[in-house]
Write a protein that binds this ligand. Structure first.
Ligand SMILES: NC(=O)c1ccc[n+]([C@@H]2O[C@H](COP(=O)([O-])OP(=O)(O)OC[C@H]3O[C@@H](n4cnc5c(N)ncnc54)[C@H](OP(=O)(O)O)[C@@H]3O)[C@@H](O)[C@H]2O)c1
Length: 273
């Protein structure tokens, strides 16, 4: 599966595998086997977060896989809302310990908002968290730093107050949900878009138009949607607990014709289940 060995290059020169294995909603007791399976299948990019409560299992699977640590791109996220400078450093150290690792390949601010009340601005905290992440990066404890769920306004605040442009913005991105304004801004600033929920957290499977187009290419809906993300220049993070689906999701030896890309670009949002 060549898609698992292909890479994008971040603006600091770091290579990042083009498809990641997502671990949201895989509880700690199941995440160990899921990550072992993903690594056995060939995934070399694993996405977790403090708030997924599975860093312990993810770290153990990475260690027990027998694959050299340097060959695996490990991502985790600071919990949201972002917190101050000292708390960010402390959280990073605690997460690294939970994962049992010496360094992270990418660390993200999980979201620019307070999950319980998005109307409350936490921009000053985001700026302080970013300052801490810049310092961790300069100390070599993280090989790249970025953000998640950041709007243009949220990103601009970091550009105005920080010294390092985020290398990644991990956002919801799938057929029917392409967030063009954020994507265009990120492209202008050389910020790689990571496409989370590339399968709409499962919602794409009930769409008959997608089913028809997938049939035309003799692929599954999952393969069509993941390939769409890649053709848009984003980095998809599909999640599955099934080893067969892990293989399927990375078996992408087809291209989507320009006309069909236009059809997919024009899709309405597919409501998440
Ligand atoms: N930064 C953020 O705020 C944020 C938010 C959401 C997600 N994420 C990241 O993005 C990752 C993926 O997003 P997601 O978890 O929302 O879901 P997703 O990858 O869009 O969809 C996962 C769903 O699709 C099913 N599935 C996967 N492959 C399939 C296939 N080939 N055929 C049929 N069904 C298939 C899975 O079921 P089975 O498991 O049963 O196969 C699961 O129900 C997360 O795990 C996480 O790492 C980040």
């Amino acid at each position: 599966m060549k898609t698992l060995t292909e890479t994008y290059t971040l603006h600091n020169g770091l290579k990042i595998p083009k498809i990641a294995f997502g671990t949201w909603q895989i509880p700690n007791e199941d995440a160990y086997q899921a990550v072992l399976d993903a690594l056995a299948v060939g995934y070399r990019h694993i996405d977790t977060a403090k708030s997924y409560h599975n860093e312990d299992a993810v770290g153990r699977a990475i260690k027990d896989s027998g694959i050299p640590r340097d060959d695996i791109f490990v991502v985790s996220k600071l919990r949201a809302p972002a917190i101050g400078y000292d708390e960010t450093i402390a959280s990073f150290e605690a997460q690294l310990k939970e994962l049992g690792l010496d360094y992270l390949d990418l660390y993200l601010i999980h979201a620019p908002w307070n999950w319980s009340d998005r109307s409350v601005s936490v921009t000053p905290q985001n700026i302080e968290a970013w300052r801490a992440m810049e310092d961790l990066y300069k100390q070599g404890k993280i090989r790249s730093i970025g953000v998640s769920n950041f709007s243009v306004k949220d990103l601009q605040a970091l550009l105005d107050h920080g010294t390092i442009v985020p290398m990644v913005n991990q956002i919801r991105f799938s057929v029917g949900f392409t967030q063009d304004e954020i994507v265009n801004f990120c492209n202008e600033h050389n910020i790689l878009i990571e496409a989370y929920s590339p399968l709409g957290t499962g919602s794409v499977f009930s769409d008959s138009n997608l089913e028809a187009m997938a049939k035309k290419y003799d692929v599954s809906i999952a393969q069509l949607c993941i390939q769409y993300c890649l053709e848009k220049g984003t980095l998809p993070l599909p999640k599955t607990r099934s080893k067969d689906r892990m293989i399927q999701n990375a078996t992408l030896d087809f291209g989507i014709k320009e006309d069909d890309m236009k059809v997919l670009d024009a899709f309405e949002e597919i409501q998440r289940l």
